[in-house]
Design a protein around this ligand. Sequence first.
Ligand code: AMP
Length: 249
Amino acid sequence: MKILVAIKRVIDANVKVRVKADNTGVEMANVKMSMNPFCEIAVEEAVRLKEQGVASEVIVVSIGNQQCQESLRTALALGADRAILVKSEDDIEPLAVAKVLKTVVEKEQPEMVLLGKQSIDGDNNQTGQMLGALLGWGQGTFASKVEVADGKAQVTREIDGGLQTLSVKLPAIITTDLRLNEPRFASLPNIMKAKRKPLDELAIADLGVDVAPRTETLTVENPPARKEGIKVETVAELVDKLKNEAKVI
Ligand code: AMP
């Protein structure tokens, strides 16, 4: 079984994001970029399925600029077999990403597509669901456990107040939640080996997909600064303030 994993390169989770002075977006110049954390979990899950003998090949795909190669090489060092970069200089929206991924799926014919549940830059949480709809495939989103047997995937999802387990017929879309696994670190020999693994490049314009944006960002602003807190001396004072000032109890 082939698994396709979609990975997005985003501003590193440890970077303090700064809004541009003209409020058109966030500062991207000289900012550390990394693989979206939920995509790392997706790569790890695909590699584990390969190690269990369930998957035969793990292909990683990213849509973005030339630097996305770095994230793809990281995924290859983590155990993916080959990579595809669909080159685009523009920021593309989830619907366009899903349409591009659909063309890759049609060419590669994987039986499972693993995606992160959301990218931490746009917080969209849309691409996997849209890809499922475009392909007419079943989907198990926010997976915290995945088991594959008899042409089906059992996907456990964390929902309010408990766990839900779905059975989805393959081929299917699965999006990863935080507790699915703990991604490994790439070892130095694997980083070296990854340099020789195949990485194909395609131009987005050659795919015949309409990637025109459907939304326009009007302004990006910092959240309002938090008001300074106060220290209380006693529990009685705290209770008094909650009752009479904040009026929450
Ligand atoms: P989103 O819908 O933007 O929150 O993204 C959810 C998931 O879709 C990500 O974790 C990736 O697996 C995938 N994805 C989104 N954008 C891209 C992209 N430009 N290239 C590859 N995969 C992407």
